[in-house]
Design a protein around this ligand. Sequence first.
Ligand SMILES: Cc1cc2nc3c(=O)[nH]c(=O)nc-3n(C[C@H](O)[C@H](O)[C@H](O)COP(=O)(O)OP(=O)(O)OC[C@H]3O[C@@H](n4cnc5c(N)ncnc54)[C@H](O)[C@@H]3O)c2cc1C
Length: 402
Amino acid sequence: MENSIYNVIIIGAGASGLLCARECARGGLRTLVLEKEQTPGRKILVTGNGRCNLTNARVAPAFYQGEADLISSALTQFPYQKCRAYFEDLGILLIEEGQGRIFPQTGKSTAVVEPLKLAVSESGADILTGQTVTKIKCGKTFNITTQTGQTFQARRVVLACGSCAYPQIGATSSGYELAQKLGHTIIAPRPTLSGLVLKENFSRLSGIRAQVKLTAPGVQTQGEIIFTAYGINGPAALNASGIITRALDGGNMPLHINFLPDVPNAHAFFEERLKRFADRRPKDFFAGVLHESIANLLIDFKGLRKNKPMREQSANTLRSAFDTVAAWPATVTALRPWNEAMAAAGGVKTSEINYNTFESLCCPGLYVTGELLDVDGQSGGFNLHFAWASGFVAAQNLVKEK
Ligand SMILES: Cc1cc2nc3c(=O)[nH]c(=O)nc-3n(C[C@H](O)[C@H](O)[C@H](O)COP(=O)(O)OP(=O)(O)OC[C@H]3O[C@@H](n4cnc5c(N)ncnc54)[C@H](O)[C@@H]3O)c2cc1C
């Protein structure tokens, strides 16, 4: 009977669980991973548009929402350099792209998942797939039951079940339910890293990309947005979504779009331009500064007279048009739903977790890692980094306390 007890059972063979399992087994722990899907690492495969943006050279707490101390602890114990070296040591060639984003050199996420799975199996950890954990009983040891009716015993358990974001590849709320039954509080999960639904109708601009600065209460991001039928998507919108989703709470949020993100004083810029191009019609005046469709929308929105030169437009109309280019007012009413969200804001309350070890403060011997926790990062490799880092920290502690 004693032999059938695992030192540690990890629930979830995703990013966090796989790395944690390898480290536990390498540290001499008898380790089992239970995964509900038929193949491990399913979510990792779809990351980065199938290319897996696995970490970021600029990893720092500033790129995350959540409890700063817990995030710092994970990033200090498993910083970027260590993460990069870890995956290179698995035999994966990596490349760095813009904004510090790190990808496998093959351009395929399988180049991360396959070596990681091999490394887990070489470490001696067992993985059982098709096993959905439905019950965890906490006692002297943990008793774990899966949907097949099978039971497993372990001295320690790691909950690495991920979030409910992207249900089309099997993500569910199962991790939250398990954590809650073990005494944890769940901060209601909300979709994040998904498009912003706007009240105003920008459908005329659908498909158009623009470099902008977005400003909303408590958040400012700069980069590309893509207009869609519902509002905006693209990196700058996604990076604002983490703070917006936490603040929305069923209400609306004002948002300003600055189409001249690198111009310090839009008014002075346009006044100068007026001196040179006062004879041009509005559409021609804005040519070279704004995308033609954005200029046309502005002209209609602000009531500029299309066939009159700029010098014949009223001063008030011009001032208002120039203001609008630098701060186009919009209203966020919602984020796009779970099936478009790359992550979840919310999850297991982090004040119930030991920052240094990722052990639960509610249930000794239980560890909680990865996206199941109330931590979410911006787009650019930060979420996977946190999943690896928290899995690593938990494993280190499990091995240490052996
Ligand atoms: C489309 C998309 C693109 C993304 N792109 C990027 C990117 O490029 N870079 C980046 O950093 N992040 C990206 N992310 C986010 C990233 O994938 C997650 O943050 C990361 O996978 C979280 O790791 P995890 O181990 O916590 O959870 P997961 O990787 O989701 O793993 C959890 C595992 O637990 C299993 N599980 C759940 N419940 C149970 C149960 N009851 N019993 C047994 N097993 C269970 C699940 O099946 C799953 O395999 C993307 C996400 C999506 C959806």
